[in-house]
Design a protein around this ligand. Structure first.
Ligand code: NAD
Ligand code: UFG
Length: 338
């Protein structure tokens, strides 16, 4: 199939391009590079030994999208493009709603004008809010989000569901990612956050390499075995193969489907720090800090549905996730920047 990957230069998108190309699909990327580097596209080509088409463009730019759909016979779209910083979304809500929601409305409008109605959408476990059940199945009701970013995901799920309800020729797969970490095992691609990282693993690797003095652990008084929050960390390469599996569902014209992409295993913040130190032999200084607003105590998936219906399950364990994150950090201390 020929796949348009929006946001394909980003962390998850670039790894997904590799897995798509390795599986024999052709890839076209649109990315405005607002949170990524075109260098990731070079790395995709280096790893796969294959070429892809790259458009530096914005999903809000209808003309650019029209050009792409005219120049390429796209079979399906995997839609990663979006702003994703939880904290930033609180003080820039308009920018988040406009980019993520107007962007997706523009994209889907151009798609239907070109009669392309196959879409895989990057959603998030954040739509479950403080989850009503653990492990979280796809039947768990959506919850109250704690920030505008989360609401964009929740609202877009609704918008795309309504689109399918009104026109059953749409095939829409909503993938709810848990916590992607790790990097490509070659060390050629990984997560490249701007400034001080917000997320746990890039913070850990930057402490380990000496860029940051210590990790603050946000809360050790939660109702969990060691008092720190529990998450379902998933290797980004596993997440990427989940998209290849979802494409098969699109080919079956399955209509609207929702899948969790997680491992089904929860690790606390302290578990991650300890596994990182064991996997790499590098010390990570840390201290306990107050709780971070908006964090839920536990969030991990039931990975059963994706296993049964997509034939997909995560292969990498926490040690490999830590090893590959560290490999990327040490080989690229400044990410994609020179
Ligand atoms: P990322 O920031 O690395 O990738 C997103 C890409 O989209 C970037 O390359 C950015 O330049 C591009 N982009 C943003 N707005 C755009 C626009 N208007 N037009 C064109 N390109 C645009 O983020 P990621 O971690 O790879 O996440 C990919 C998707 O998965 C996002 O939608 C994100 O919300 C979602 N997601 C991520 C996580 C996570 O923890 N990383 C968890 C759940 C869901
Ligand atoms: N944490 C720390 N110190 C840090 C950073 C994080 O203790 O410096 C803790 C957090 O409090 C949390 C855990 O590490 O308990 C994981 O935090 P992350 O920020 O890495 O991830 P979140 O679970 O908060 O959120 C991530 C993405 C969201 C996405 C969600 C579910 O950032 O966009 O996973 O997929 F919605």
């Amino acid at each position: 199939m020929k796949i348009l990957v929006t946001g394909g230069a980003g962390f998850i998108g670039s790894h997904t391009c590799v897995e798509l190309m390795n599986a024999g699909h052709e890839v076209v990327v649109i990315d405005n590079l607002c949170n990524s580097s075109e260098k990731s596209m070079e790395r995709v080509k280096e790893i796969t030994g294959k070429d892809l088409a790259f458009y530096k463009g914005d999903i809000l730019d209808r003309d650019c999208l029209n050009t792409i759909f005219t120049e390429h016979k796209i079979d399906a779209v995997i839609h990663f493009a979006g702003l994703k910083a939880v904290g930033e979304s609180v003080y820039k809500p308009w920018e988040y709603y406009n980019n993520n929601i107007t962007g997706t409305l523009t994209l889907t409008d151009v798609m239907r004008a070109h009669d392309v109605k196959n879409l895989i959408f990057s959603s998030s476990a954040t739509v479950y809010g403080d989850p009503a059940e653990i492990p979280i199945t796809e039947n768990c009701p959506k919850g109250k989000c704690t920030n505008p970013y989360g609401w964009t995901k929740s609202m877009l799920e609704q918008i795309l569901t309504d689109l399918h309800t009104a026109d059953n020729s749409w095939n829409v797969i909503l993938l709810r990612y848990f916590n992607p970490i790790g990097a490509h095992p070659t060390g050629l691609m990984g997560e490249d956050p701007n400034g001080i990282p917000n997320n746990l693993m890039p913070y850990i690797t930057q402490v380990a390499i000496g860029k940051l003095p210590e990790l603050g652990i946000f809360g050790n008084d939660y109702d969990t075995p060691d008092g720190t929050c529990i998450r379902d960390y998933i290797h980004v390469c596993d997440l990427a193969t989940g998209h290849v599996a979802a494409l098969k569902k699109i080919e079956e014209k399955a209509g609207l489907c929702i899948y969790n992409l997680g491992t089904g295993v929860g690790y606390s913040v302290l578990d991650v720090v300890n596994n990182f130190m064991e996997a790499t032999g590098v010390n990570v200084a840390y201290s306990m800090k107050p709780r971070r607003e908006g964090d839920v105590p536990q969030c991990y998936s039931s990975a059963q549905k994706a296993k049964e219906e997509l034939g997909w399950e995560a292969k990498y364990g926490i040690k490999e996730m830590c090893r590959d994150s560290w490999n990327w950090q040490t080989k690229n201390p400044n990410g994609y920047k020179d």
